[in-house]
Design a binder for this molecule. Sequence first.
Ligand code: NAD
Length: 319
Amino acid sequence: MASGGGEQKVVLITGCSSGIGLRIAVLLARDEHKRYHVIATMRNLKKKDQLVEAAGDAYGKTLTLLALDVCSDDSVRQCIDSVKDRHIDVLVNNAGVGLLGPVESISMDEMKKVFETNFFGTVRMIKEVMPDMKKRRDGHIIVMSSVMGLQGVVFNDVYTASKFAIEGFCESMAVQLLKFNVKLSMIEPGPVHTEFETKMMEEVAKMEYPGADADTVRYFKDVYIPSSIDIFEALGQRPDDIAKCTKKVIESSRPRFRNLTNNLYTPIVAMKYADETGGLSVHTFYNLLFNFGSLMHITMSILKCLTCNCLRRRTISPD
Ligand code: NAD
Protein backbone atom coordinates (compact mmCIF):
# COMPACT_ATOMS: atom_id res chain seq x y z
CA MET A 1 0.00 0.00 0.00
CA ALA A 2 1.23 3.45 -0.79
CA SER A 3 1.04 5.60 2.29
CA GLY A 4 1.34 9.27 3.20
CA GLY A 5 2.66 9.32 6.73
CA GLY A 6 3.16 12.18 9.21
CA GLU A 7 1.93 15.56 8.17
CA GLN A 8 2.94 14.97 4.59
CA LYS A 9 0.41 15.75 1.91
CA VAL A 10 -0.31 12.82 -0.36
CA VAL A 11 -0.07 13.97 -3.99
CA LEU A 12 -1.09 11.60 -6.78
CA ILE A 13 0.07 12.54 -10.28
CA THR A 14 -0.93 10.89 -13.58
CA GLY A 15 1.38 10.39 -16.59
CA CYS A 16 4.75 10.58 -14.80
CA SER A 17 6.99 8.57 -17.15
CA SER A 18 8.04 11.70 -19.07
CA GLY A 19 7.73 15.46 -19.58
CA ILE A 20 5.85 17.74 -17.22
CA GLY A 21 4.43 14.96 -14.99
CA LEU A 22 7.90 13.57 -14.31
CA ARG A 23 9.22 17.02 -13.34
CA ILE A 24 6.26 17.77 -11.02
CA ALA A 25 6.73 14.39 -9.29
CA VAL A 26 10.47 14.97 -8.77
CA LEU A 27 10.12 18.59 -7.62
CA LEU A 28 7.52 17.69 -4.97
CA ALA A 29 9.26 14.49 -3.85
CA ARG A 30 12.53 16.39 -3.40
CA ASP A 31 10.92 19.26 -1.46
CA GLU A 32 13.49 20.36 1.12
CA HIS A 33 10.95 20.25 3.96
CA LYS A 34 9.68 16.81 2.86
CA ARG A 35 6.10 18.12 2.87
CA TYR A 36 4.88 15.72 0.19
CA HIS A 37 4.48 12.03 -0.33
CA VAL A 38 4.25 11.68 -4.09
CA ILE A 39 2.45 8.78 -5.72
CA ALA A 40 3.78 8.97 -9.26
CA THR A 41 1.67 6.94 -11.67
CA MET A 42 2.20 5.75 -15.22
CA ARG A 43 0.57 3.26 -17.58
CA ASN A 44 3.59 1.02 -17.85
CA LEU A 45 5.94 0.72 -14.87
CA LYS A 46 8.67 -0.55 -17.21
CA LYS A 47 9.01 3.11 -18.23
CA LYS A 48 9.98 4.19 -14.72
CA ASP A 49 13.77 4.51 -15.22
CA GLN A 50 13.96 8.20 -16.17
CA LEU A 51 11.75 9.15 -13.20
CA VAL A 52 13.60 6.91 -10.74
CA GLU A 53 16.93 8.37 -11.84
CA ALA A 54 15.69 11.96 -11.56
CA ALA A 55 14.12 11.29 -8.14
CA GLY A 56 17.44 10.01 -6.75
CA ASP A 57 17.29 9.18 -3.04
CA ALA A 58 13.67 10.41 -2.82
CA TYR A 59 12.62 7.20 -4.62
CA GLY A 60 11.15 4.75 -2.12
CA LYS A 61 10.95 7.49 0.56
CA THR A 62 8.89 10.49 -0.52
CA LEU A 63 8.12 9.03 -3.96
CA THR A 64 6.41 5.75 -4.73
CA LEU A 65 5.17 4.37 -8.02
CA LEU A 66 1.83 2.89 -9.03
CA ALA A 67 0.48 1.71 -12.38
CA LEU A 68 -2.45 3.71 -13.71
CA ASP A 69 -4.09 4.06 -17.11
CA VAL A 70 -6.54 6.97 -17.03
CA CYS A 71 -8.51 5.35 -19.87
CA SER A 72 -9.42 2.27 -17.82
CA ASP A 73 -12.09 2.18 -15.08
CA ASP A 74 -10.47 -0.90 -13.51
CA SER A 75 -6.98 0.55 -13.52
CA VAL A 76 -8.12 3.81 -11.93
CA ARG A 77 -10.18 2.00 -9.25
CA GLN A 78 -7.38 -0.46 -8.42
CA CYS A 79 -4.81 2.32 -8.18
CA ILE A 80 -6.86 4.52 -5.85
CA ASP A 81 -7.92 1.48 -3.75
CA SER A 82 -4.24 0.68 -3.18
CA VAL A 83 -3.58 4.10 -1.62
CA LYS A 84 -3.80 3.96 2.19
CA ASP A 85 -7.38 4.85 3.23
CA ARG A 86 -7.83 6.11 -0.37
CA HIS A 87 -6.55 9.37 1.11
CA ILE A 88 -5.28 11.77 -1.55
CA ASP A 89 -4.76 15.42 -0.62
CA VAL A 90 -3.78 16.66 -4.06
CA LEU A 91 -4.68 15.03 -7.39
CA VAL A 92 -2.65 16.27 -10.37
CA ASN A 93 -4.28 15.27 -13.66
CA ASN A 94 -1.36 15.55 -16.03
CA ALA A 95 -1.73 12.61 -18.47
CA GLY A 96 -2.56 13.83 -21.94
CA VAL A 97 -2.03 13.21 -25.64
CA GLY A 98 -1.67 15.61 -28.56
CA LEU A 99 -3.08 15.51 -32.08
CA LEU A 100 -2.09 17.77 -34.92
CA GLY A 101 -3.03 18.02 -38.58
CA PRO A 102 -5.86 18.66 -41.04
CA VAL A 103 -9.13 17.29 -39.66
CA GLU A 104 -10.00 15.65 -43.01
CA SER A 105 -7.09 13.23 -42.56
CA ILE A 106 -7.85 12.29 -38.94
CA SER A 107 -10.13 9.30 -38.32
CA MET A 108 -13.00 9.53 -35.86
CA ASP A 109 -11.28 6.79 -33.80
CA GLU A 110 -8.11 8.90 -33.45
CA MET A 111 -10.21 11.86 -32.33
CA LYS A 112 -12.07 9.73 -29.79
CA LYS A 113 -8.75 8.51 -28.34
CA VAL A 114 -7.73 12.11 -27.64
CA PHE A 115 -11.01 12.77 -25.84
CA GLU A 116 -10.76 9.41 -24.04
CA THR A 117 -7.46 10.52 -22.47
CA ASN A 118 -7.64 14.31 -22.17
CA PHE A 119 -11.31 14.64 -21.24
CA PHE A 120 -12.78 11.32 -20.03
CA GLY A 121 -9.46 10.26 -18.45
CA THR A 122 -9.43 13.38 -16.28
CA VAL A 123 -13.15 13.08 -15.50
CA ARG A 124 -12.63 9.40 -14.53
CA MET A 125 -9.88 10.41 -12.08
CA ILE A 126 -11.93 13.23 -10.58
CA LYS A 127 -14.98 10.95 -10.14
CA GLU A 128 -12.85 8.41 -8.28
CA VAL A 129 -11.05 10.81 -5.94
CA MET A 130 -13.55 13.64 -5.43
CA PRO A 131 -16.13 11.83 -3.20
CA ASP A 132 -13.49 11.18 -0.49
CA MET A 133 -12.29 14.80 -0.71
CA LYS A 134 -15.87 16.05 -0.39
CA LYS A 135 -16.43 13.80 2.64
CA ARG A 136 -13.26 15.15 4.30
CA ARG A 137 -14.11 18.73 3.28
CA ASP A 138 -10.54 19.02 2.09
CA GLY A 139 -8.50 18.46 -1.06
CA HIS A 140 -7.12 20.08 -4.16
CA ILE A 141 -7.64 18.91 -7.74
CA ILE A 142 -5.23 20.23 -10.35
CA VAL A 143 -5.80 19.81 -14.08
CA MET A 144 -3.02 20.26 -16.65
CA SER A 145 -4.98 22.08 -19.32
CA SER A 146 -3.31 24.31 -21.92
CA VAL A 147 -3.54 27.78 -23.36
CA MET A 148 -5.32 25.78 -26.07
CA GLY A 149 -8.06 25.14 -23.51
CA LEU A 150 -8.83 28.87 -23.72
CA GLN A 151 -8.04 29.78 -27.31
CA GLY A 152 -8.49 27.69 -30.45
CA VAL A 153 -5.36 27.13 -32.53
CA VAL A 154 -5.41 26.25 -36.22
CA PHE A 155 -4.63 22.59 -37.08
CA ASN A 156 -4.89 21.66 -33.37
CA ASP A 157 -8.67 21.49 -33.67
CA VAL A 158 -9.30 18.19 -31.85
CA TYR A 159 -6.67 18.65 -29.12
CA THR A 160 -8.01 22.17 -28.50
CA ALA A 161 -11.57 20.83 -28.33
CA SER A 162 -10.54 18.22 -25.72
CA LYS A 163 -8.92 20.91 -23.55
CA PHE A 164 -11.92 23.27 -23.97
CA ALA A 165 -14.11 20.36 -22.86
CA ILE A 166 -12.16 19.81 -19.65
CA GLU A 167 -12.07 23.58 -18.99
CA GLY A 168 -15.88 23.68 -19.24
CA PHE A 169 -16.29 20.61 -17.03
CA CYS A 170 -13.97 22.02 -14.35
CA GLU A 171 -15.39 25.55 -14.47
CA SER A 172 -18.76 24.01 -13.66
CA MET A 173 -17.41 21.62 -10.99
CA ALA A 174 -15.39 24.33 -9.21
CA VAL A 175 -18.53 26.06 -7.94
CA GLN A 176 -19.96 22.93 -6.31
CA LEU A 177 -16.57 21.90 -4.92
CA LEU A 178 -16.06 25.27 -3.26
CA LYS A 179 -19.06 24.45 -1.05
CA PHE A 180 -17.15 21.33 0.13
CA ASN A 181 -13.85 23.22 0.61
CA VAL A 182 -12.29 21.27 -2.27
CA LYS A 183 -10.14 23.45 -4.52
CA LEU A 184 -9.91 23.04 -8.28
CA SER A 185 -7.16 24.68 -10.34
CA MET A 186 -6.33 24.63 -14.03
CA ILE A 187 -2.74 25.07 -15.20
CA GLU A 188 -2.60 26.55 -18.71
CA PRO A 189 0.89 26.33 -20.22
CA GLY A 190 1.72 27.64 -23.67
CA PRO A 191 4.32 25.66 -25.63
CA VAL A 192 6.59 23.47 -23.49
CA HIS A 193 9.73 21.75 -24.78
CA THR A 194 9.21 18.03 -24.28
CA GLU A 195 10.30 14.97 -26.28
CA PHE A 196 6.67 14.60 -27.23
CA GLU A 197 6.59 17.95 -29.03
CA THR A 198 9.86 17.34 -30.92
CA LYS A 199 8.73 13.87 -32.04
CA MET A 200 5.32 15.16 -33.10
CA MET A 201 6.82 17.97 -35.23
CA GLU A 202 9.20 15.54 -36.97
CA GLU A 203 6.45 13.01 -37.62
CA VAL A 204 3.90 15.46 -38.99
CA ALA A 205 6.41 16.89 -41.45
CA LYS A 206 6.84 13.38 -42.96
CA MET A 207 3.18 12.30 -43.09
CA GLU A 208 0.96 12.21 -46.20
CA TYR A 209 -2.46 13.38 -44.92
CA PRO A 210 -4.86 11.34 -47.11
CA GLY A 211 -8.27 12.96 -47.44
CA ALA A 212 -6.98 16.52 -47.17
CA ASP A 213 -6.68 18.61 -50.35
CA ALA A 214 -3.29 19.78 -51.60
CA ASP A 215 -3.78 23.44 -50.55
CA THR A 216 -4.68 22.47 -46.98
CA VAL A 217 -1.66 20.13 -46.70
CA ARG A 218 0.56 22.90 -48.10
CA TYR A 219 -0.77 25.45 -45.55
CA PHE A 220 -0.21 22.91 -42.80
CA LYS A 221 3.31 21.81 -43.77
CA ASP A 222 4.75 24.98 -45.30
CA VAL A 223 3.02 27.69 -43.26
CA TYR A 224 1.76 26.29 -39.94
CA ILE A 225 4.65 23.92 -39.06
CA PRO A 226 7.49 26.47 -39.61
CA SER A 227 5.53 29.13 -37.67
CA SER A 228 4.85 26.66 -34.91
CA ILE A 229 8.55 25.76 -34.64
CA ASP A 230 9.35 29.51 -34.43
CA ILE A 231 6.77 29.93 -31.67
CA PHE A 232 8.19 26.99 -29.69
CA GLU A 233 11.68 28.46 -30.02
CA ALA A 234 10.66 31.99 -29.07
CA LEU A 235 8.08 31.31 -26.35
CA GLY A 236 8.62 27.72 -25.18
CA GLN A 237 8.99 26.98 -21.46
CA ARG A 238 10.74 24.02 -19.87
CA PRO A 239 8.87 21.20 -18.08
CA ASP A 240 10.67 22.38 -14.92
CA ASP A 241 9.01 25.81 -15.25
CA ILE A 242 5.58 24.19 -15.37
CA ALA A 243 6.48 22.01 -12.38
CA LYS A 244 7.47 25.11 -10.38
CA CYS A 245 4.20 26.86 -11.33
CA THR A 246 2.23 23.76 -10.28
CA LYS A 247 4.04 23.62 -6.91
CA LYS A 248 3.19 27.29 -6.36
CA VAL A 249 -0.48 26.60 -7.08
CA ILE A 250 -0.45 23.62 -4.66
CA GLU A 251 1.18 25.79 -1.96
CA SER A 252 -1.04 28.84 -2.42
CA SER A 253 -3.44 29.48 0.47
CA ARG A 254 -6.00 30.81 -2.06
CA PRO A 255 -5.16 29.12 -5.37
CA ARG A 256 -6.61 30.71 -8.49
CA PHE A 257 -8.91 28.70 -10.72
CA ARG A 258 -7.02 29.61 -13.93
CA ASN A 259 -3.24 29.73 -14.06
CA LEU A 260 -1.56 30.73 -17.32
CA THR A 261 2.14 29.93 -16.96
CA ASN A 262 3.46 32.03 -19.84
CA ASN A 263 2.83 35.78 -19.68
CA LEU A 264 3.42 36.07 -23.44
CA TYR A 265 0.01 34.46 -23.92
CA THR A 266 -1.97 36.91 -21.79
CA PRO A 267 -2.62 39.31 -24.72
CA ILE A 268 -4.09 36.42 -26.71
CA VAL A 269 -6.51 35.54 -23.95
CA ALA A 270 -7.26 39.23 -23.27
CA MET A 271 -8.03 39.69 -26.99
CA LYS A 272 -10.52 36.84 -26.89
CA TYR A 273 -12.46 38.37 -23.99
CA ALA A 274 -12.19 41.89 -25.46
CA ASP A 275 -14.44 40.95 -28.40
CA GLU A 276 -17.32 38.64 -27.58
CA THR A 277 -18.16 38.19 -31.29
CA GLY A 278 -14.93 36.22 -31.78
CA GLY A 279 -14.04 38.23 -34.90
CA LEU A 280 -10.94 39.85 -33.40
CA SER A 281 -9.37 36.51 -32.47
CA VAL A 282 -10.20 34.75 -35.74
CA HIS A 283 -8.91 37.60 -37.92
CA THR A 284 -5.80 38.22 -35.82
CA PHE A 285 -4.81 34.53 -36.03
CA TYR A 286 -5.58 34.52 -39.76
CA ASN A 287 -3.30 37.51 -40.32
CA LEU A 288 -0.56 36.14 -38.09
CA LEU A 289 -0.47 32.87 -40.00
CA PHE A 290 -1.24 33.77 -43.60
CA ASN A 291 -0.22 37.41 -43.97
CA PHE A 292 2.64 37.90 -41.51
CA GLY A 293 3.96 34.32 -41.32
CA SER A 294 7.35 35.36 -42.72
CA LEU A 295 7.55 38.10 -40.08
CA MET A 296 6.97 35.67 -37.24
CA HIS A 297 10.12 36.74 -35.37
CA ILE A 298 8.99 40.38 -35.39
CA THR A 299 5.51 39.30 -34.38
CA MET A 300 7.01 37.48 -31.41
CA SER A 301 8.84 40.68 -30.38
CA ILE A 302 5.59 42.65 -30.62
CA LEU A 303 3.91 40.01 -28.49
CA LYS A 304 6.64 40.39 -25.88
CA CYS A 305 6.11 44.20 -25.83
CA LEU A 306 2.37 43.71 -25.45
CA THR A 307 2.85 41.79 -22.23
CA CYS A 308 2.83 44.83 -19.99
CA ASN A 309 3.04 44.49 -16.22
CA CYS A 310 -0.70 44.50 -15.59
CA LEU A 311 -1.09 41.45 -17.84
CA ARG A 312 1.89 39.70 -16.25
CA ARG A 313 0.19 39.83 -12.88
CA ARG A 314 -2.51 37.56 -14.33
CA THR A 315 -0.10 34.68 -14.82
CA ILE A 316 1.72 32.40 -12.43
CA SER A 317 5.48 32.67 -12.76
CA PRO A 318 7.89 29.78 -12.21
CA ASP A 319 10.33 32.13 -10.38
P1 NAD B 1 4.37 13.92 -22.48
O1 NAD B 1 3.94 13.12 -23.65
O2 NAD B 1 5.80 13.90 -22.09
O3 NAD B 1 3.51 13.52 -21.18
C1 NAD B 1 2.23 12.98 -21.24
C2 NAD B 1 2.20 11.78 -20.33
O4 NAD B 1 0.87 11.26 -20.29
C3 NAD B 1 3.13 10.66 -20.85
O5 NAD B 1 3.94 10.21 -19.79
C4 NAD B 1 2.16 9.59 -21.31
O6 NAD B 1 2.67 8.28 -21.18
C5 NAD B 1 0.99 9.85 -20.35
N1 NAD B 1 -0.27 9.24 -20.81
C6 NAD B 1 -0.82 9.29 -22.05
N2 NAD B 1 -1.95 8.55 -22.06
C7 NAD B 1 -2.10 8.04 -20.80
C8 NAD B 1 -3.06 7.21 -20.18
N3 NAD B 1 -4.11 6.69 -20.87
N4 NAD B 1 -2.92 6.90 -18.86
C9 NAD B 1 -1.87 7.38 -18.15
N5 NAD B 1 -0.90 8.15 -18.70
C10 NAD B 1 -1.03 8.47 -20.00
O7 NAD B 1 3.89 15.42 -22.75
P2 NAD B 1 3.83 16.67 -21.75
O8 NAD B 1 4.07 17.85 -22.60
O9 NAD B 1 4.61 16.46 -20.52
O10 NAD B 1 2.25 16.69 -21.41
C11 NAD B 1 1.73 16.68 -20.09
C12 NAD B 1 0.44 17.48 -20.06
O11 NAD B 1 0.72 18.84 -20.37
C13 NAD B 1 -0.61 17.01 -21.08
O12 NAD B 1 -1.88 17.02 -20.48
C14 NAD B 1 -0.51 18.06 -22.17
O13 NAD B 1 -1.73 18.20 -22.87
C15 NAD B 1 -0.19 19.30 -21.35
N6 NAD B 1 0.44 20.39 -22.10
C16 NAD B 1 1.59 20.18 -22.81
C17 NAD B 1 2.14 21.25 -23.52
C18 NAD B 1 3.39 21.08 -24.35
O14 NAD B 1 3.68 21.98 -25.18
N7 NAD B 1 4.17 20.03 -24.19
C19 NAD B 1 1.52 22.51 -23.49
C20 NAD B 1 0.37 22.68 -22.74
C21 NAD B 1 -0.16 21.61 -22.04
